[in-house]
Design a protein around this ligand. Structure first.
Ligand code: ADP
Ligand code: MG
Length: 381
């Protein structure tokens, strides 16, 4: 039932389901559990760490989003949680029970953990009900069909039970994959970029449906994404990874408002970054003087200003600017401006219609809540 082939992409549907879990749980609800990563490290080859001691917990019933750029270790962490990759350091706990550590290794089918892959991985030659009951081998056929039907009903697709996957839209196939992973009633559901295969129009509705199903099932869920907006839409909390390290964990609002680093800030907002040096508890930038809190004098800093943090006016404001380019984007427009003393053009996003179309010389003001200051030295990882 495993796909321990070691490769990152060759994920087989066999690893999606856990027959053991189905035989253990008979009640109609999923019992959510806490999944804890304790100092989890992983090296695919000796001396090349893919994960550096990640400590993180998904609380019972919460949706935790693992967010990070490509190669940051999200899939590896998920495969370790599922038991299809064995970490080289640290341990995993399901509630208080160790499921993987130096001396313990529970195989995937014993973990009560379900996995949904990026590409859904449905078997095209099997009916939808057969796809969903695929992992329920510990049950008799009628029992397995009954459980599979319950799971299909949960995702609203029971009418397609005896059809084949090709008749379904991408969004519906994604829901079948979710039904399959949930059929054994896992305590923790793991989803690896579950919406990346859907076109952008479908994405919003499938994401909302999936979230509703997760809430209803009350399962603990870990959802991987590289899209900060998706993480904010879905996650009760977000764990941001970079280069195999946990950068910051918190609510979407925490991470947006109080990012721990320039990297974290840049993941949640498009930024103008102005290098500067602290003097007298503040820095002078071409856009004005910015207080630096308790960062010491002489320290080099990066002042980051969100593109959405500008007020632009034709006749009044704090800093004169000349428009270099404007691009209409529908609700908003994107502008590049020259500002005296700034080496690079300053970029901004403002609502369309704020500025007359023929204006060239304007004034800008920066909203203090959209200005973030980070010590440059901290930002070398
Ligand atoms: P993400 O899912 O965030 O894109 P991954 O977990 O897939 O990141 O990869 C993390 C790091 O581990 C990357 O540097 C990647 O190249 C490496 N890696 C992933 N899978 C394997 C593998 N099977 N063998 C060797 N290196 C791997
Ligand atoms: Mg991945």
């Amino acid at each position: 039932m495993r796909a321990p082939d070691g490769s990152n992409r060759a994920e087989k549907p066999m690893s999606v389901v856990e027959p053991g879990a189905a035989s253990r749980v008979t009640a109609g609800v999923t019992f959510a559990a806490r999944l804890t990563f304790e100092n989890v490290a992983h090296e695919f080859s000796p001396g090349v760490p893919a994960l550096h001691g990640v400590s993180l917990a998904a609380n019972p019933g919460e949706v935790l989003c693992l967010l990070g750029p490509s190669g940051s270790g999200k899939t590896t962490l998920l495969r370790i949680a599922a038991g299809i990759e064995v970490q080289t350091g640290g341990r995993l706990l399901l509630n208080d029970r160790e499921i993987a550590g130096p001396k313990v290794f529970l195989p995937p089918e014993k973990r009560s953990v379900g996995l949904v892959f990026q590409d859904f991985a449905l078997f095209p030659h099997m009916t939808i009900i057969d796809n969903v009951r695929f992992g329920l081998t510990a049950l008799s056929r009628p029992e397995a069909e009954k459980e599979a039907m319950i799971s299909l009903r949960r995702v609203g697709l029971e009418r397609y039970a005896h059809s084949y996957p090709h008749v379904l839209s991408g969004g519906e196939q994604q829901r079948v994959a979710l039904a399959r992973a949930m059929a054994p009633r896992p305590s923790v559901l793991l989803m690896d970029e579950p919406f990346s295969g859907l076109d952008s129009r479908l994405k919003d509705s499938v994401r909302a449906e999936t979230l509703a199903i997760l809430r209803q099932s009350r399962a603990t869920a870990i959802v991987v994404t590289h899209d900060a907006e998706e993480a904010m839409r879905m996650g009760d909390r977000i764990a941001l990874l970079k280069d195999g390290r946990l950068v910051q964990a918190g609510t979407g609002e925490d991470l947006y408002q109080n990012p721990a680093s320039l990297f974290a800030a840049g993941f949640f907002s498009e930024l103008n970054v102005l290098p500067a040096r602290v003097s007298g508890g503040a820095v002078d930038t071409p856009l004005g003087r910015v207080p630096c809190g308790d960062i010491g004098d002489g320290q080099r800093v990066d002042v980051a200003i969100r593109l959405s943090g500008f007020d632009l006016h034709e006749s009044h404001g704090e800093v004169p600017a000349r428009i270099l380019s404007r691009r209409f984007l529908g609700v908003v427009e994107h502008l590049e401006m020259a500002v005296a003393g700034a080496e690079e053009p300053i970029r901004a996003r403002v609502r369309c219609g704020v500025l007359p179309s023929d204006v060239r010389d304007i004034f800008l003001s920066v909203r203090p809540s959209d200005v973030l200051v980070f010590e440059t030295e901290r930002e070398n990882a």
